[in-house]
Design a protein around this ligand. Structure first.
Ligand code: ATP
Length: 136
């Protein structure tokens, strides 16, 4: 059985990461799931959340904005609508997006509620991911 997994995170904007890792925990639509090398293959949808992976004793965090995960024995492929490593998150941009979404939701009239809610959730989750590595 393989001892490592290849984790790939791909978005329409390009490849976010491709790394050899020991363990992945991803935000599945039905709840978080963990993957170790040798996992039974499956496919699932993802929700907005934070993907965590372990690599040689350190833990790393990646924001993922919905999409799909394909799990194979030696590989996890994440196809997300957008994604950033915690290190690459622009905190000021996420704060601005959060404010915009909050203001839209406050006004209530003539807004696409679900869209504003999703935007707020992306911003809040990006801020949480950044905070995990001490960015605020
Ligand atoms: P915004 O309103 O700030 O554009 P958004 O949630 O609408 O945010 P997305 O549609 O998820 O943005 O992503 C568009 C592109 O911008 C993607 O490449 C994504 O990685 C990048 N991106 C969005 N917000 C941030 C951020 N705070 N830091 C770094 N990259 C970001």
């Amino acid at each position: 059985m393989a001892e490592k997994l290849t984790l790939e995170v791909v978005t329409p904007y390009g490849s976010v990461l491709s790394e050899e890792v020991n363990e992945v925990v991803a935000p599945g639509s039905e709840g978080e799931f963990g993957v170790l090398p040798g996992h039974v293959p499956f496919v699932t949808t993802l929700k907005i959340g934070i993907l965590t992976y372990k690599q040689n004793g350190s833990v790393r965090y990646v924001f993922v904005n919905s999409g799909y995960a394909e799990v194979y024995e030696d590989r996890v492929l994440i196809l997300a609508d957008s994604a950033e490593r915690a290190e690459d998150i622009d905190v000021e941009r996420a704060k601005a997006a959060m404010k915009r979404a909050e203001e839209r939701l406050k006004k209530q009239e003539n807004i696409d509620f679900a869209r504003a809610q999703a935007s707020l959730q992306r911003a809040l989750t990006r801020l949480q991911a950044a905070e995990k590595i001490g960015k605020r």
